[in-house]
Design a protein around this ligand. Structure first.
Ligand code: NAD
Length: 203
């Protein structure tokens, strides 16, 4: 809208664009100060400036990717998206000699035996762990040794770390399973006569 030189936008227009209710849009935006004018809407430039202020990361956090395979490389190549979140990946690690020393998406891949030393020296706060399941715990142990603050683990195993380390698990397949289960129950709810059927009803 800003690029199109549109000066004003109504909450209705924003709501349609975002697939939300206009009351939600007005209520949420009001959390950021008095931005709109009744009967007129929001000034696009002013709204944009304020939203950029609110959404911009307050500080840069240094991160690392451990395991530069398919997923690790995809994350390294999406550096722009990570930067929007305030995360700058400065270094990556792998055990594969073919990958050590290479540069992927501007990030150098180092030998994973150096994790603790480099994490400590570079003040790396966040690690994205994309190694095979059996390597995840030993990798998290090395990261914790180096003083990492937070780990996002993509391997489908439960990893533990000292209390000082925030650990979040990202199991895409578990998410998919839960989505498919919800879809299946919604589909069965919509079957004709489903709401009158009991589990014991004859087929
Ligand atoms: P991949 O086999 O392509 O890559 C794994 C990388 O980790 C390799 O480069 C390997 O050399 C490296 N590695 C192995 N042991 C290591 C260690 N101790 N230290 C550092 N590096 C090590 O695997 P992938 O497809 O990228 O998946 C990575 C992890 O993410 C797996 O646990 C997988 O289950 C999970 N995952 C992958 C996807 C996906 O879409 N690819 C989706 C969800 C979850």
């Amino acid at each position: 809208m800003n690029k199109r030189d549109q000066e004003v936008v109504s909450s209705d227009e924003l709501a349609n664009f975002l697939c939300l209710g206009d009351t939600t849009v007005r209520r949420d935006l009001s959390a950021f100060g008095r931005l709109g004018t009744r009967g007129l809407g929001y000034r696009v430039g002013q709204l944009r400036t304020r939203l950029l202020e609110v959404a911009s990361p307050k500080e840069i956090i240094f991160g690392t990717v451990v395991g530069v395979g398919r997923l690790g490389q995809a994350l390294l190549r999406s550096d722009g998206m990570l930067r929007i979140e305030g995360l700058v990946i400065r270094v990556a690690f792998d055990i594969d000699v073919q990958k050590i020393g290479s540069v992927i998406g501007n990030v150098r891949v180092l030998d994973a035996s150096r994790i603790a030393e480099v994490v400590k020296r570079e003040r790396t706060a966040v690690a994205l762990v994309t190694v095979p399941p059996e390597a995840a715990q030993p990798v998290v142990d090395r990261l914790a040794e180096g003083g990492i603050s937070a780990v996002l683990n993509f391997a489908p195993v439960h990893v533990t770390a000292p209390e000082s380390v925030l650990v979040s698990n990202m199991d895409i397949f578990l998410e998919l399973e839960s989505l498919l289960l919800s879809l299946a129950s919604r589909t069965s709810d919509k079957r004709p006569g489903a709401d009158t059927e009991t589990p014991d009803s004859p087929a």
